[in-house]
Design a protein around this ligand. Structure first.
Ligand SMILES: C[S@@+](CC[C@H](N)C(=O)[O-])C[C@H]1O[C@@H](n2cnc3c(N)ncnc32)[C@H](O)[C@@H]1O
Length: 315
């Protein structure tokens, strides 16, 4: 497969490189902004699970350099488990959003002033076991919600990735406790074939007397089954909104490399290569022919073909 084949298969991947975004996800936030005006009046924003940083790029480009506001008022804090290349006007924290220490560090950066907007595009490494993936995704969203309850101002907005799996009704009901407006949004750049969507939660209004606490057992499966299913009159239904101009590209379609007759296609390299990708060690081991030796030292000593038979190794 040539390096241009992904450009053909994934139009948003290609546009992201051409427009200088670090990831195609940038379009998801931009298309949600078209519907919800997410950045109006926002000076302080938190980007949870931010690497490689395309949402932080969107925040930086949209919030900074506005005529009516000085950049000194703008504060953007980005958090991820992974290291991220620097971005103008973005403070980075390398940390786990499920940890109280990360919440405390974010709060410290805001120096007592609450954030206007919290966004979270967090995704675990998917296992392919749908129930497990949905459960971990839900836990990540709830960790983001917990951090949000510590840092978001009353009336503020929270946007987070959600998997529309079987526990989604419970998640909606929990979000409705904190926000008067909860909408499920599906940007055109998010494939229809994916269960990924986003919750846009507006007007943060925590319940009377609510004290933020990172150990809240929000999606606790010790609740009885009926509570988790929230059926009948208890079922929470939130509005569903497709976001993005109808003329926007369809992320499930394959487009020709030459989109415009007057402009010849030219390959554009990625805007920012990952600085410490999780697959780095595997690449190093493979390049130096160390994989089979590490995994099966005795087999590799005796059998010159052992690399081909080492369990778990696929080239
Ligand atoms: C889909 S990527 C985010 C892409 C990003 N919004 C962008 O536009 O470039 C998901 C990120 O979630 C991060 N992540 C997953 N679990 C996390 C956790 N517990 N704490 C912090 N980050 C986490 C991953 O490291 C990964 O970088």
């Amino acid at each position: 497969m040539g390096r241009s084949s992904k450009d053909k298969r994934d139009i948003y991947y290609r546009l992201a490189k051409e427009e200088g975004w670090r990831a195609r996800s940038a379009f998801k936030l931009l298309q949600m902004d078209q519907e919800f005006n997410l950045f109006t009046g926002v000076n302080r924003a938190v980007d949870l699970c931010a690497a490689p940083g395309s949402w932080s790029q969107v925040l930086s480009r949209k919030l900074r350099g506005r005529e009516e506001k000085g950049d000194a008022e703008v504060k953007i804090v980005a958090v991820d488990l992974q290291a991220m290349a620097p971005l103008p006007g973005v403070t980075q924290i390398q940390g786990d959003i499920t940890k109280i220490s990360t919440a405390e560090e974010i709060i410290r950066h805001f120096e007592g002033q609450p954030a206007d907007l919290v966004v979270c595009d967090g995704a675990p490494d998917v296992t392919g076991l749908h129930d497990v993936d949905e459960y971990i995704q839900a836990q990540l969203l709830l960790a983001a919600l917990n951090i949000t309850t510590h840092v978001l101002k009353r009336g503020g907005t929270f946007v987070a990735k959600i998997f529309r799996g079987k526990d989604v009704t419970l998640l909606y009901s929990q979000l409705k406790i904190f926000f008067s407006g909860v909408t499920c949004a599906k940007p055109r750049s998010s494939r229809n074939s994916s269960i990924e969507a986003f919750v846009v939660c507006q007007n943060y209004q925590p319940p009377e007397g609510y004290i933020p606490n990172m150990s809240n057992p929000l999606l606790d499966h010790s609740y009885d089954v009926d509570f988790n299913q929230l059926e009948g009159p208890n079922r929470v239904i939130v509005p569903f909104l497709a976001c993005g101009d109808l003329s926007a590209y369809d992320s499930d379609r394959t487009y020709p490399l030459q989109l415009d007759d007057s402009k010849e296609y030219q390959y554009t390299p990625p805007t920012q290569l990952p600085i410490q990708p999780p697959y780095q060690q595997a690449c190093h081991l493979r390049r130096n022919n160390l994989l089979s030796k590490e995994d099966a030292p005795s087999a590799s000593n005796n059998n010159p073909d052992s690399e081909k038979t080492t369990p778990g190794w696929t080239s």
